[in-house]
Design a protein around this ligand. Structure first.
Ligand code: ATP
Length: 132
């Protein structure tokens, strides 16, 4: 798409190309970043169960927490890649930039772990009810 400020790129709006770009980025993240892969797998196991039990609120909470954590992981991977591209050697400024990006992941992972743990606990208590 044409950059209005820089005057670079091609003019026109191509939605199909945009969708292909999204899937290309996701493919890289899922194939090369295990921290994205395992979170998606775990959430993908819980989401159909929540949907099946008609737990719409649970479904939405898991979906939101997973989306947040995956978004943070994707931004973090992109920032790490830019940092490694511009500076291969140890650099204190790069350290600060990477640590901030990693902190964003940490915060979202914290929320995701709480949500996933509570949902798993709830699902397990349905399948294996504790006798009174
Ligand atoms: N060039 C560098 N200069 C200084 N510190 C760095 C540099 N590269 C990495 N670090 C430090 O190492 C930490 C981990 O960075 P790295 O790029 O190895 O991420 P990672 O461990 O692969 O993370 P992820 O699992 O999210 O991909 C950074 O948060 C930063 O503190």
């Amino acid at each position: 798409m044409k950059n209005k400020f820089l005057g670079t790129g091609e003019s026109g709006y191509r939605p199909l190309r945009k969708i292909a770009t999204v899937f290309s980025g996701l493919r890289y993240a899922v194939l090369y970043d295990f921290s994205v892969t395992y979170k998606l797998i775990l959430s993908a196991l819980i989401l159909p169960l929540a949907f099946g039990f008609r737990g719409w609120i649970d479904f939405l909470i898991v979906l939101v927490a997973t989306t947040l954590v995956v978004m943070a992981e994707l931004f973090n991977s992109a920032i790490e890649a830019i940092c490694d591209f511009i500076e291969e050697k140890h650099n204190e400024k790069i350290k600060v930039i990477k640590d901030i990006a990693a902190a964003a992941v940490g915060v979202s992972v914290f929320l995701w772990i709480i949500v996933i743990s509570l949902e798993l606990w709830q699902l397990l208590s349905v399948f294996f009810p504790i006798a009174d």
